[in-house]
Design a protein around this ligand. Structure first.
Ligand code: KIV
Length: 272
């Protein structure tokens, strides 16, 4: 596989992620929603590519993840899965597709797997959805869990503030994490919780814990548009920006507009 930034170009499996945790090797996870971006993310050595329902925000401009539909997630996941050779591709089950009951959850899970070619699914929640998680696992589909700030429940929380600062919520999160580990999930995302709680969870359960705004863990995940600096207005404390794509893209597009308007583009070499 030429062009890869990592030496080990074998396909990442859930089994290898578990080994990475055992060996203390950190896991890099990042979102992608389209084919060309997923090719770049894969070649750069990201271990898990998440087709996140954050597509609702960054692709479609919605304020929350709630409006994105199953069909829309399938479109994004299929585009990403087609591009990826090395990373494990995980697709978020969108809001409303697994909360009604376990049977509906399994049916929608199977549909995503059949129609996208992705490797695993991610669901938000703990004890409330454990029966559905078990049934999806029984169908042979690897499941990644998501606790802490679970954006599909934003209307219940009322705010995007840090979760589980209070003892009772922290205890429930730890108990949910144990339950999901025992059920057979292969990984757990913890979003916006205190770093000490993340450490406790990671030390308690056997599966890799991936943090976003949760401090050090077995791995980290970010939304690609955020870490590339496409959106100037989203500046949470946990976010590290690795590029300023907003400026780079604005300059490039501005130059294109200038060249078209001046007649400089296309030149002699740029025509047939
Ligand atoms: O949808 C998403 O991008 C996510 C990450 C924030 C973990 O769930």
């Amino acid at each position: 596989m030429p062009g890869y930034l990592v030496e080990d170009t074998r396909k990442v499996t859930t089994h290898r992620l578990m080994e990475m945790k055992e060996q203390g090797k950190k896991i890099a996870m990042l979102t992608a929603y389209d084919y060309t971006t997923a090719q770049i993310v894969d070649a750069a050595g990201v271990d898990i590519i998440l087709v996140g329902d954050s597509a609702s925000n960054v692709m479609a401009g919605n304020h929350t993840t709630l409006p994105i539909t199953l069909d829309q997630m399938i479109y994004h996941a299929r585009s990403v899965a087609r591009a990826v050779k090395r990373a494990l591709v995980v697709c978020d089950m969108p809001f409303g597709t697994y909360q009604v009951n376990a049977t509906e959850g399994v049916r929608n899970a199977i549909r995503i797997m059949q129609e996208t070619g992705c490797d695993a699914l991610k669901l938000e929640g703990g004890v409330e959805i454990i029966e559905t998680v078990r049934r999806i696992l029984e169908a042979g589909i690897p499941v990644m869990a998501h606790l802490g700030l679970t954006p599909q429940s934003i209307n219940k929380f009322g705010t995007y503030a840090v979760r589980a600062r209070e003892e009772a919520e922290a205890a429930k999160l730890l108990s949910d994490a144990r339950l999901l580990d025992e059920a057979g999930c292969f990984g757990l995302v913890v979003e916006k919780i205190p770093a000490a709680l993340t450490q406790k969870v990671a030390n308690t359960i056997h599966i890799p814990v991936i943090g976003i705004g949760g401090g050090p863990a077995d791995g980290q995940v970010l939304v690609i548009d955020d870490m590339l600096g496409k959106n100037k207005d989203f500046t949470p404390k946990f976010l590290r920006r690795y590029a300023d794509l907003h400026t780079i893209m604005t300059d490039a597009i501005g130059n294109y507009v200038r060249d078209v308007k001046s007649g400089d583009f296309p030149n002699e070499n740029e025509r047939y």
